[in-house]
Design a protein around this ligand. Sequence first.
Ligand code: BGC
Length: 341
Amino acid sequence: MTKAADVFKLKNRNNVEVTFIGRGGQITSINVPDSKGSIADVVVGYETIEEALAGDGYFGALCGRYANRVVKGQFEIDGEKYQLECNNDQNHLHGGSDGFNNRIWEVEAYDTNKFAQAYKLSLTSKDGDQKYPGELKVEVIYGLTEENEFVIEYIANTTKATIINLTSHAYFNLKGAGTGTVEGQNLQLNASKFTPISAEIGTVTGEIAEVKDTAMDFVEPKTVGEACAADCPQVKIVDGIDHNFVIDGYDGMLRLAARMSDPESGREMEVYTDQPGIQVYTGSHFDGSETGKLGAPIVKWAGLALETQIFPDSPNKEHFPNAVLRPEETYKHTCVYKFII
Ligand code: BGC
């Protein structure tokens, strides 16, 4: 049986190394060399596993059953109404206060020639867990390739119709966690549309808007700082970016969603997914009160979460992608974080 503090490592020939723990499948570090071979840990978090277990439980964790928000915690399937916990003001966030980030996943080595090294993480969520219908069996593969791709593959099945949206919640700082903010790092998104938010609703309004002429326009690369500093109502609501982007050309196949790069170290990462959306979050709630890696305070905009997903509140928005999983179906989701070295 895996324990909360059990540590697992994936390593390839190029010295890329991913470390995670049993609780939440939480990624606690990703070491990546730059072009000169100088290695930095590119995910925001704590120095020790003890601190990780006691601290912000979303750092690098697997989120579910429904990552992101469900408005008022309510949804309906086949005429049956469900009420989830509202653990984020008036809304439900990341599967509730005892979400998958908080669970101890069963971890075992996963043998396949697709990866340099891989692990399988499994979890069974009981019928009614966090008030979601159906028993949900989830398997997540964490795999590292010799091409410096950290691959996350999700598979899930349910015994009753339910809703599902699994994601991974690592905050990336390509210069290295603890070296300051990501304001000077570049972001490019394969997204000409996004889903605007409202302060009153606390998440998406249901609108799908063009990014053109807004701070949300990352079609051409620009710095995260430029967007965060923009005089734009959408930025003001969340003091940065905390938005879902609609991936262009979505067809259920793996495609480029985002590219992030750090001009100082030259480190670059591409994100690929088969999901319709990606939540970009600048970590605006970090206030420097916690000490993280390199003994530095975890400050506002210290990292960028790039969470591949179905859209927020999809269960209540007819025109958003489907988030309902039925017993005869299998939920599948792949996300690739590829480090360009
Ligand atoms: C959400 C943020 C939320 C954070 C919690 C992100 O996925 O987009 O709004 O504050 O998770 O860690």
